[in-house]
Design a protein around this ligand. Structure first.
Ligand SMILES: Nc1ncnc2c1ncn2[C@@H]1O[C@H](COP(=O)(O)OP(=O)(O)OP(=O)(O)O)[C@@H](O)[C@H]1O
Ligand SMILES: [Mg+2]
Length: 274
């Protein structure tokens, strides 16, 4: 949405609120000669829940990784909450961001991976308090209090002192979610968070994600192979193919009447596999 910025403060505030929470502009990522993200444009509104689906190798994880600054862009621009991720505003122009700026913008984003990535030598509680104490400089007492709340929210109040090896996959994934939330992100990224889990453990993790979406003001981007969950949970489904979004729509419309031949083919293949 394009609007003229009036210098009057009220209108400025309103304009900022209308700004997307995350904005990809002409984002390209190449590995050598392989183009993985191809001039990608995508705006995600505040509190919007976006499901990202598409064939293997189409660039879905890369999209999350560049947003999390785990991989640098080849070209293009990402903004989070109105701030450029890799650049800073200086004297009316943009200059490359310093580490401090990148850390500040990135702190608005939390990510949960397919493989839970917990620290094996730390309990669930220790895993959850580590970053807030180190990065947010929270006192141990406050961090522990918050971690207990979060672990209880994900249904693990009785597992705080367990090590990852003493937890099921679904429980480990829920600790990973609590750990990401402990940093108070505004945007949460989920990359196939249930695909390493047995079917019956998927449900408990998806329930947590569902509750998070309903009860917290979080913008969520979720890469998933679970079409049922995407349909029920997302405000919008984006279909990736070869580093581009070739189709996007609200889930009902997307699944009922996919327009693009590649999307139809993908959905047919998924249906046949299940
Ligand atoms: N570090 C890397 N070096 C070289 N190529 C890479 C690297 N990371 C990813 N790629 C390539 O980029 C492409 C996109 O990878 P990506 O992980 O984003 O796919 P994806 O859509 O998440 O697939 P999947 O559904 O299998 O997880 C793949 O062809 C992959 O081989
Ligand atoms: Mg992936």
């Amino acid at each position: 949405m394009k609007r003229d910025l009036d210098p009057a403060l009220g209108q400025l505030a309103e304009a900022q609120h209308d700004q997307p929470m995350v904005r990809f502009r002409g984002v390209t990522k190449r590995y050598g000669t392989l183009t993985v993200l191809d001039e990608l444009d995508l705006d995600i509104a505040r509190n919007e829940k976006v499901a990202i689906i598409g064939p293997s190798g189409s660039g879905k994880s890369t999209l999350l990784r560049v947003l999390m600054t785990l991989d640098p862009l080849t070209s293009g621009m990402i903004e989070v909450d109105g701030e450029p991720l890799t650049h800073m505003r200086r004297n009316g122009g943009l200059v490359p961001a310093n580490d401090r700026h990148v850390r500040a913008v990135r702190s608005k984003i939390g990510m949960v991976f397919q493989s839970f990535n917990l620290f094996p030598h730390m309990t669930a509680l220790q895993n959850t308090i580590e970053a807030p104490m180190r990065t947010l400089r929270m006192s141990r007492r406050d961090a522990v209090e918050r971690a207990r709340e979060l672990l209880s929210m994900v249904g693990l109040s009785n597992k705080c002192d367990h090590y990852p090896s003493q937890l099921s996959g679904g429980q480990q994934q829920r600790v990973a979610i609590a750990r990401a939330l402990a940093m108070r992100p505004k945007v949460m990224l989920f990359d196939e968070v249930t695909s390493a889990l047995d079917p019956e453990l998927c449900g408990e993790v998806l329930n947590v994600v569902r509750r998070l979406g309903a009860e917290h003001n979080l913008t969520m981007l979720m890469v998933t192979h679970q079409m049922g969950f995407a349909k029920e949970f997302a405000d919008r489904v984006c279909f990736f193919s070869q580093g581009k979004i070739i189709e996007q729509a609200p889930p009902q419309q997307f699944f009922a009447s996919p327009q693009h031949e590649r999307t139809q083919q993908f959905l047919r293949a998924v249906r046949e596999a299940t």
